[in-house]
Design a protein around this ligand. Structure first.
Ligand code: IMP
Ligand code: MG
Length: 179
């Protein structure tokens, strides 16, 4: 029987062990070290969900680099599309710099698509997405995801930074909702 945890009113069973996650994080970090050799990337970790992933991945990155923690804030503004999103916490100049976004999970992909549109206005040299998790079955937009640790089914998951209603982030494993 796999380990089951309770988060608020729901039960979750372990899907990915600490060892599996760490092996994938190390694999992706090695890819980044290889691909970005000779460059000094800026890592933008998207809060809150990516904080543990970012901490583990960045300790495997051997390149000279900078790190910034950003958040996507939505607000209603005067625009034809209705919703305006801004990247907050970007307190550095990324003009001409290679940017690597660190995200916890890409689901529909809408969050990342918005983020890339917004970042492009700051004229970075390049932008790559590095996500811990991807649900390929839910992707709604055409998104180029260069780095991905684990592809997962369409189920709801928690742990290793990801939450259910604010809880469940503080685990070493990743858990899937038990129906
Ligand atoms: P997207 O815009 O649909 O790609 O949604 C991405 C965001 O939704 C992530 O950054 C997460 O915060 C959240 N999310 C999507 N799926 C899950 C899940 O299974 N567990 C926890 N959060 C999720
Ligand atoms: Mg997120």
């Amino acid at each position: 029987m796999s380990k089951v945890i309770q988060v608020k009113d729901l039960k979750f069973a372990v899907s990915y062990s600490e060892e599996q996650i760490q092996a994938e994080v190390k694999r992706v970090a090695a890819e980044i070290n290889r691909d970005y050799a000779g460059q000094e990337p800026v890592f933008l970790a998207v809060l809150n969900g990516s904080f543990i992933f970012a901490a583990d991945l960045l300790r495997e990155v051997t390149l000279p680099c900078e790190v910034s923690f950003v958040r996507l804030a939505s607000y209603q503004g005067v625009s034809t599309t209705g919703e305006i999103r801004e990247v907050i916490g970007l307190n550095m100049d990324i003009t001409g710099r290679p940017v690597i976004i660190l995200e916890d999970i890409v689901d529909t992909g809408l969050t990342m698509a918005h983020m890339i549109d917004t970042l492009k206005r700051h004229n970075p040299g390049s932008i790559d997405i590095c996500t811990l998790l991807l649900k390929p079955g839910k992707l709604q937009v055409d998104l180029d995801i260069r780095y991905c640790c684990l592809q997962i089914p369409n189920d709801f998951i928690v742990g290793y930074g990801l939450d259910y209603d604010g809880y469940g982030r503080n685990t070493k494993e990743i858990y899937t909702l038990v129906n």
